[in-house]
Design a protein around this ligand. Structure first.
Ligand SMILES: [Zn+2]
Length: 185
């Protein structure tokens, strides 16, 4: 089962779906939903969906790439800075090719994690150029932070699911409002 279906989120188009799948391997609910790339067995299972052997080198580099993408999305949409070490550039040995007609594309012959990372980074770059990157978001609920595709017309979506995460927030807000003393008394 993919992580997008695990969380029942709106799925991004094209290779952004792979980016979204990667983003959603992260732990959530304070670790109660574990990080799929943090232990050999779940990592091998996740990688096998991309035809990558579970013992391939580079899992921790892929995790760093994922965490840096997630950090950038948290800062962009939620103004949340990370308390961890300062963000750094993530090197990626993306196997790129220049075709005779001048097209730059991914060399799909090598498999393995470097090729997957290249596929992810090219999809991110393409989306950043077209503006579609604005539609990849992490849920506003701090306990959730699932990556979803925001298909709303004005790119205003904040929750991966308004019926669950959105409702929790609305409930919390209305409780907070009721808890405040009425003005002038
Ligand atoms: Zn959510």
């Amino acid at each position: 089962m993919s992580d997008n279906t695990r969380y029942r989120v709106a799925v991004a188009p094209g290779d952004l779906r792979v980016v979204q799948e990667l983003l959603n391997t992260a732990a959530k609910n304070g670790g109660r939903t574990p990080d799929l790339l943090d232990a050999p067995a779940p990592a091998a299972q996740w990688l096998s969906a991309y035809g990558i052997a579970g013992d391939s080198p580079g899992v921790s580099a892929l995790r760093t790439l994922r965490d840096t993408l997630r950090r950038s999305l948290l800062e962009r949409d939620h103004g949340v800075g990370d308390t961890g070490p300062a963000a750094q550039d993530v090197p990626a040995a993306a196997p790129l090719l220049l075709a005779p007609d001048g097209t730059v594309r991914l060399d799909d012959r090598p498999d393995g994690i470097a090729a997957l990372a290249g596929r992810v980074l090219l999809a991110v770059r393409d989306a950043q150029l077209t503006g579609a990157w604005r539609r990849i978001k992490l849920c506003r609920n701090p306990d959730c932070r699932v990556a979803f595709w925001d298909s709303s017309r004005n790119t205003s979506g904040a929750w991966h699911d308004v019926r669950t995460c959105g409702n929790v927030a609305n409930l919390r807000n209305s409780r907070a409002r009721r808890a405040q003393p009425a003005p002038g008394r």
